[in-house]
Ligand binder design. Structure first.
Ligand code: GAP
Length: 477
């Protein structure tokens, strides 16, 4: 049975129009991210570079954990999916065949007065335009759209190709133009036969890939939501035509939704939205976006696409290689269809970060907590000596941290009083803190504090590793 995407309701069944974002102002997250070392503007000492962000010590841990959680779910736990790490640079013919050279573009308008450029469908008053309206060359005049910066007259829209170009080799000429990939998917299509043969897979099977992609977005923004350099987590499922593609689509959509929910995203801020016929990408037979209620509105988190046989039949025709599959069961050959679950690593990490943000009042004081799922939290455990002037406590705390770090990320901190140290760890999402107090020297036990309940319990030092491993295993979806 086919799933119908009702974008008027959230996954929890509540009206989507009533959904409130986890934080009212995006700035709350942007400033926390910079202050605590999750994300910094790229090349900041030179004034920054628009739409590129660098992940700091905590951000790189968070994003790695998100990628690991995705990989575990779509590769490690599946017997029918294998991994691939294809190059960013590919033969330029790949992008002509895929249709990206011809049609991977956004509608651009330019102000005649200030010369600033905008994406047409992001201008005030044009956000709800349908693809048919966007393609209308008279739309700017019809809607009397003006430059949002200076009020100047805007040009008619023209298509702007989003691919970055560069040159391969020492000669900068047309013949040596190549592209930075705008999606990882094509790597899986052109390697599909090699992977299938080497991994001895039969249709249906899948190829998963995580890697950088690049798009020269006209209007990037909203922090790491839309960047020009970003990371994708894409799963390509190669299936029998038509009915199997429909069934695979219907099987993976709820599975992908459940992944976000299992790692902590509130279902009242998740919904699905079906693409209208005139909105479908050039390759798609059907597409549903998984959307999240960001502080700046409902936006795409991941796309699930039924791509039909577009990719493999085009690559077969253009390369001259036979990419069809001979099915020994039916003794027939066919071009596999592709169902794709295309997610963004940055966008997912950003979503988990926003959705985990809480402000609470504890004994009359504000407490900021990132209630991140333990598997996603940058540090699993913080080891904090109660008295930093006691060398014996400090040495024991270091010894505990070093032991735990064999299994997971653990951090030592003694730069403030214990109450403040707890608050700092709450703010970066560390699920458990260990306080090493004077009694530890006698009873060989420490106090473990839980981030969410703030409850404390005494745990023997020799039991700590298994204590946390058990908790981490129990939390895992
Ligand atoms: N292979 C299909 C494909 O690339 P897409 O919807 O264009 O589909 C998939 O991209 C996902 O990649 C998006 O849902 C989003 O999470 C992420 N993504 C796309 N463009 C992005 C950008 N400029 N910045 C950050 N993430 C982006």
């Amino acid at each position: 049975m086919s799933i119908t995407a009702d974008s008027s309701r959230t996954l929890a069944g509540t009206p989507a129009a009533d959904a409130t974002p986890a934080v009212a102002e995006l700035d709350t997250i942007v400033s926390l991210a910079k202050r605590r070392g999750f994300v910094f503007p790229s090349s900041e000492i030179y004034g920054g570079i628009n739409a590129v962000w660098d992940y700091g010590p905590l951000g790189v841990e968070l994003k790695n954990n998100v990628k690991r959680a995705w990989w575990r779910s779509v590769v490690q736990q599946r017997n029918d999916v294998v991994g691939l790490d294809a190059g960013i640079l590919m033969h330029p013919q790949v992008w002509r065949t895929s249709g990206h050279v011809g049609s991977f573009s956004d509608p651009l308008v330019e102000c005649g007065a200030c010369k600033r450029r905008f994406r047409l469908d992001e201008l005030p008053g044009a956000e709800e335009l349908t693809p048919t309206q966007i393609a209308d060359p008279n739309i700017v005049a019809t809607l009397a759209l003006k430059c949002p910066d200076c009020g100047g007259t805007l040009s008619a829209p023209r298509r702007f190709n989003l691919m970055f170009k560069t040159f391969m080799g020492p000669v900068e000429e047309d013949a040596s133009v190549i592209y930075l990939r705008p999606e990882t998917a094509q790597g899986a299509y052109v390697q599909h036969r090699n992977v299938r043969d080497a991994a001895r897979k039969k249709i249906p099977f899948g190829i998963a890939q995580i890697g950088k992609s690049f798009r020269n977005e006209i209007s990037p923004g909203n922090f790491v939501f839309r960047m020009r350099e970003f990371e994708q987590m894409e799963l390509q499922l190669f299936v029998r035509p038509e009915e199997d593609a429909t069934a695979t689509f219907d099987e993976w959509l709820p599975r992908r939704l459940e992944w976000y929910r299992a790692y902590g995203v509130n279902p009242e801020r998740l919904r699905i939205r079906e693409h209208a016929a005139d909105e479908l990408a050039h390759y798609a037979k059907r597409a549903i976006d998984v959307e999240y209620r960001f502080p700046f509105g409902w936006k795409e988190l991941e796309g699930i696409h039924n791509r039909g046989d577009f990719d493999l039949s085009r690559h077969s025709a253009e390369s001259g290689e036979n990419l069809s599959y001979f099915d020994p069961a039916t003794e027939q050959s066919f071009i596999p269809w592709v169902v794709e679950a295309a997610a963004g690593a940055d966008r997912a990490a950003f979503t988990f970060l926003i959705d985990a943000y809480r402000e609470e009042e504890v004994r009359g004081e504000k407490r900021v907590v990132l209630a991140l799922h333990p598997e996603l939290a940058p540090y699993k455990v913080a080891v904090l000596p109660l008295l930093k002037k006691r060398d014996d406590l400090v040495a024991l705390a270091h010894k505990i941290r070093d032991g735990l770090s064999r299994e997971f990320t653990a951090v030592y901190d003694d730069t403030a009083a214990i109450g403040k140290l707890y608050r700092r760890q709450d703010e970066i999402g560390t699920p458990w803190c260990i306080c090493v107090d004077v009694e530890a020297l006698d009873d060989n036990a420490v106090t473990v504090r839980d981030r969410d309940s703030m409850e404390q319990e005494r745990v023997g030092i020799d039991r700590l590793e298994s204590f946390f491993l058990d908790k981490l295993r129990a939390s895992r979806p």
